[in-house]
Design a protein around this ligand. Structure first.
Ligand code: AMP
Ligand code: ZN
Ligand code: FE
Ligand code: FE
Length: 289
């Protein structure tokens, strides 16, 4: 670690109300400032809509901002979340492809509501869309709409009775392959990182993802114990992967806000930025940010 990075920390896994978090970009950045974070990355599911306003709020607050997203992918039958960092927000093919995932998410909301109606739960899709008010709605928005309409008593009850896998309103989500997600992130000038591997319990998928171009692994996460973090630090070293970390804060939607629960030393951010520079140098002039 050099002298400029000492004592500086990042949170590279954060959500706002542009996906299923509750904070606005301004609220998120205010919380980041309270936690004295030097760097944040926004990783809303299947969208980069919140990046521009978060970048502006960070600029005002004197916090470094890294663009990002969290893509839902599949590898050997496992659902894998892939974080993309330092993405060019104007990249046409990237925007076109995530637009497809957003359409899939919107259609899935309609299908979940139809299934609820079939079991005599009178929710309307417009109630969910009005509440979600974003391009990448998901099950947490359906859960909140059910609570708001007085049809269930809590978010937990909504998931337990209706939304969990194999419950009446569960609808599987279309997923691209991990290789496609990685390739898409690279094409948009970014680096691809496997999110919260400790939640997947599927380490056997990692070598294949590395072969497909995976750049890093999220060793530090709110739900990783110290032992789990150390396990993935060893894996990162073995495969020569970047090390990242973040709280996966969704604002107030999961009880207490998680921002501040993970503080990634800045040396890892420097390595991530070096990797981005290396990749962009190899394809010079293609990116707008
Ligand atoms: P989706 O992307 O639409 O499938 O929704 C996934 C989101 O739902 C994630 O943010 C999860 O944390 C949240 N989620 C999944 N299962 C539950 C649960 N049982 N209770 C509360 N939230 C959940
Ligand atoms: Zn989420
Ligand atoms: Fe995730
Ligand atoms: Fe997340």
């Amino acid at each position: 670690m050099n002298s400029t990075s000492a004592g500086r920390f990042a949170d590279l896994h954060l959500h706002t109300y542009f996906s299923d978090g509750t904070y606005s970009p301004d609220e998120l950045v205010a919380q980041a400032a309270r936690q004295e974070l030097a760097v944040v990355a926004l990783t809303d599911h299947d969208t980069v809509e919140g990046c521009q306003p978060t970048a502006s709020a960070c600029h005002t607050a004197g916090i470094e901002f890294i663009t990002g997203t969290e893509l839902t992918a599949e590898q050997a039958g496992h659902e894998i979340h892939i974080l993309g960092y330092a993405i060019d927000l104007q990249h046409p093919r990237f925007l076109k492809e995530i637009g497809k995932f957003q359409a899939v998410r919107q259609n899935r909301i309609r299908e979940m509501v139809q299934r609820l109606n079939q079991v005599n739960v009178p929710l309307h899709a417009d109630q969910v869309f009005a509440l979600a008010n974003c391009r990448a709605p998901g099950r947490p928005h359906v859960a909140r709409a059910l609570v708001q309409a007085g049809l269930v008593g809590s978010l937990d009850e909504a998931f337990e009775r209706f939304l969990k896998k194999n419950r009446p309103a569960w609808v599987p989500k279309f997923k691209m392959s991990a290789a496609e997600a990685t390739e898409l992130i690279h094409e948009a000038g970014g680096v691809a990182v496997m999110a919260h591997p400790g939640l997947n319990r599927s380490d056997e998928v990692i070598p294949g993802m590395v072969d497909d171009g995976l750049d890093g692994i999220e060793c530090f996460h709110t739900k990783h114990s110290q032992t789990i973090s150390e396990h993935y630090l060893h894996i990162a070293e073995k495969f020569g992967l970047l090390v990242t970390g973040g709280s996966d804060c969704h604002g107030l939607s999961k009880g207490r806000p998680l921002i501040g629960s993970v503080k990634l030393p800045y040396e890892h951010v420097e390595k991530l930025k070096a990797k981005v520079a290396e990749r962009r140098a190899a394809t010079s002039g293609q990116f707008s940010a």
